[in-house]
Design a protein around this ligand. Sequence first.
Ligand code: SAH
Ligand code: CA
Length: 238
Amino acid sequence: MENISEPKVFANTVILQSEGLLKYILETGVYPREAETLKELRNATAKHPMGFMGAAPDAGQLIAMLLKVSNAKKTIEVGVFTGYSLLLTALTIPDDGKIIAMDPDRKAYEIGLPFIKRAGVQHKIDFIESPALPVLDKLLEDAENEGSFDFAFIDADKNNYWNYHERVMRLVKIGGIVAYDNALWGGTVALPEKAVSKDKQEWRLLSLAFNEAISKDCRVQIAFVSIGDGVIFCRRIA
Ligand code: SAH
Ligand code: CA
């Protein structure tokens, strides 16, 4: 039987090609362009025992590109952690832009907060210390919020991804973009279950189910991208 094992992860990216190639990309085109405060937040996060959860910097670059080309101004962030993708978004949207960010873990957010403040973008952020689902439901109670968001980044508890999808499909406008992180779940989606460590098996199954469901969802155009731990970009079309 061929050698099947979990792929290596480097710089928060599943290594599908080679570590050298990723290093080349990061050092040539990503790190030199990364805002100083974002770099500092990333380095502060690396010391956290769960530091690997931060968004991959090359994925961040692509997200910033999409925010710019779509003129995103009002966004949703589900899963803040120390705030890498949050600060990236805050640095990218206009000065009068707004991000509603949700995470029950305020402690992690506070690691990134000094860098957010230093970047001068805190006024764009509404951090809500809470699981995201009730907050999204609350937003939907006000009809004015429907179709009022330009962008959403979902990077939190896999078991709720479809619940988030159903909510953001109403909150994000037609033409708006929703990005779902960790679509590859450490590369385990392409492995047989027996080759996957016990602690990853449940979310592997959830990832497989979510990826399949989103691929069949006619309400969105999708781009399933192998960057970081895999990101599925959706453009709402209906
Ligand atoms: N986007 C972040 C990484 C998020 S990691 C970055 O770029 O750094 C996943 C986060 O999801 C964790 O901080 C965790 O606290 C949060 N999370 C877990 N369950 C959640 C829930 N029900 N609602 C919102 N966030 C949740
Ligand atoms: Ca992630």
